[in-house]
Write a protein that binds this ligand. Sequence first.
Ligand code: ATP
Ligand code: MG
Length: 429
Amino acid sequence: MSQILQAVRGMNDILPDEASFWESFEEVIRAWLKGYGYRPIRLPVVEPTPLFKRAIGEVTDIVEKEMYSFIDSLNGDPLTLRPEGTAGCVRAVIEHNLIARQPQRLYYMGQMYRHERPQKGRYRQFHQVGVEALGFAGPDIDAEMILMGARLWGDLGLEDIELQLNSLGQAAERANHRAALITYFEEHADVLDDDAKRRLHTNPLRILDTKNPAMQALCGDAPRLIDYLGAESLAHFEGVQRVLRDAGIPFTINPRLVRGLDYYNLTVFEWVTRKLGAQGTVCAGGRYDGLVEQLGGKPAPACGFAMGVERLIALIKEAGGEPAVPAPDVYLVHQGEAASRLAFRVAEGLRDQGIDVLLHCGGGSFKSQMKKADGSGAGFAVIIGDDEAATGEVQLKTLREAGVEQRKLKVDDLATAIIGQIIDSDEEE
Ligand code: ATP
Ligand code: MG
């Protein structure tokens, strides 16, 4: 017996009902981004492995243990399935000199890949909407990005998504804090888990991001980066907060918010919900002023965020959002050779008028076709038999409204009749 093949663990098929829901979600996203002047950029799913090592950082969860990296067996190139979008976006911006003349507001959506343990809200192939603004230095763009989030939750009908905010300052400030942090953790070496011990001298800041309950108290009392920030960094942070206060957006400053990637500085933020269990971060981002230069470009400030699509969709459903199952306007029933030929012409004619038509394919009795018409969710059945074909007429039957008689119509009058009836029933509602 031949073996049944299955999808790779942690990589999900998104079936038609679900995918329709995703499409309506994506429409909301595109309209929202357009409202803030963001333009799309489409990037490869595969990038050279060194890009991610350099951008994300060698001592991060992603690079240490989550990347799908492989050698292209045909030419020996080291490649990686993108675990996030910022690195590729910055690579493209540098490669095509996009910010030479003016700053850019860019967005993308698509698959990301991380070799994690699959669980609710955590998959090996997942989707992000990524938003990046390159060439803007001030706190205004950081604040605008946060306002964008707040508006989107409203557009999607989501409540109780809390904003957490922190500032990671600049490299020199982090270096001073880092020294204090290492001393502190060394004094409490007995409490450190293996991950923390390994990170102590490579990336101690990331220890604060631990999910290990046994280390929470220790991390809670650790020296706070915010106490090491200089006047300029504090002013930037204050600038972000001022806009948020003006806009009435509540936030919590979380001194332990450090983000899982190395490229961040100054403002970092996360939008978090309690409704999805442990996987509660639906959107995360911040400023990454050093990345463009680090990847070989002329120094340029930048800021961005990414949203987890699976988690947002789960949240929309949790809030009672119904997947919209799209139905055709018309199901076209036909039997007999002359009728079938007319059916194709009628269907194309209706589509010319903007009417969605599901043309029955595969034959069968009128009765079985009418059953399919009912099941399709269409508002109308158009019925053509050989009698109708001979006279150039068709039957129009209303499927979702009681008390409307089946009518015989000339083919040329069909579209007008259908559109008229759709408008009438819309007005009644
Ligand atoms: P986490 O702490 O949950 O691992 P992260 O810090 O690794 O998140 P980011 O790299 O900031 O996540 O990615 C941005 C968003 O993408 C996350 O807030 C989350 O919504 C989503 N995300 C990240 N990893 C996954 C995954 N494996 N499956 C589904 N969504 C994910
Ligand atoms: Mg992660």
